[in-house]
Design a protein around this ligand. Sequence first.
Ligand SMILES: Nc1ncnc2c1ncn2[C@@H]1O[C@H](COP(=O)(O)OP(=O)(O)OP(=O)(O)O)[C@@H](O)[C@H]1O
Ligand SMILES: [Mg+2]
Length: 389
Amino acid sequence: MSGLPVEVRRPHVRLTRLAFENFRNYASLQLRLDGRHVCLYGANGAGKTNLIEAVSMLSPGRGLRGAEFTDLIRCDPEGRLAHNWALSADVRDGDVDRRLSLALELDEQGKSKRTARLDGAPTTQNDLAELMRIIWLTPSMDRVFVGPASDRRKFLDRQVMAHFPSHGAFSAAYEKAMRQRNALLEQGRSDPAWLDAIELGMASAGAAMAIHRVDAVRMMQAAILARPEGAFPKALIDLNGEQETQAANGMPLTDIEQEIVARLRENRAKDQAVGRTLEGVHRTDLRVVHAPKGLPADQCSTGEQKALLMGLILANAQALFERDFAPSPLLLLDEAAAHLDSDRRAALYDELAALGGQAWLTGTDRSLFDAFGDRAQRFEVSDGVVREG
Ligand SMILES: Nc1ncnc2c1ncn2[C@@H]1O[C@H](COP(=O)(O)OP(=O)(O)OP(=O)(O)O)[C@@H](O)[C@H]1O
Ligand SMILES: [Mg+2]
């Protein structure tokens, strides 16, 4: 035994090359990345958000704008739509280089699907989610605390998915089963065996989702509390949902499943009357309190809410970086620097530098990133053309 500490943490994941074709306003793009953080600057409408949207498409889901895959196809200035888009990235995962290629595929019915290949071989959404843990902050999330619970749930589930890649598949399975259940109830078909089977599917996905959410929120909260006091206020977070409360109280997965099954069966008539499923993990909310003020986030000022959100994202990044055996996340921060005062901006860059990994930031002016010094690589974006410098 050498007595040296055993390093179990994996080196950080980063992109070393990003290329795409016919994606949004880009005819084609090829970026070489040296492993530092990445700052993209350029005028409004230049293609900065589109570029980080392309990065966000490397993990399952519909990316940071929640876009339809077909909307990503480039429409040229003459209004001609390209045939397809394709993305490819070289990912350094520790000492291993992986090549990831994604493309849109349209079937005969015109339905779109994203296909992924890893090192040339077809790969599943789940493998993709295992490799690419991506979290982001965009201006449209600014109102997440005052908007509908569905926005907060979406935000929460993205954070959870970065911890537990299967969370995405469970969410999709739950939603699909719920749609089937609602349709059956609406048709008034009394086929109890069929309903039982669908509700069992909802229960097994729902129970897993509740447990994932509780575990991820615990890790996030621990990371928030471990943060030094600084530019971004600490938040107290918890989940407002029956199944999550059960999970937090240590109820085993199979018992939570049974609870969901019982509740769905009990609610059939009520749900049929209103045409939807009234209760379940699809109604869970994330509660956030500004810790120093003891105020619910929705009662904080706009600036305070933005700062809270930034603190949450940074804390979750920290929590993800600290997990052993899991790949580290990529962090996409769209226009996050512009609204910060210069001290907070410098604090953000220091924090990102300390985290390591690869963060992608956008802003209209190069000078916004001055305080990053040589800790970031800079690119100018202009009308779908990108130049280093
Ligand atoms: N499918 C598409 N084909 C061609 N152009 C598109 C497509 N989708 C979006 N665009 C265009 O891409 C341009 C760049 O958009 P993007 O959101 O990346 O700009 P940005 O650099 O982030 O600007 P801002 O600073 O205003 O946020 C916009 O003019 C938009 O209309
Ligand atoms: Mg933008």
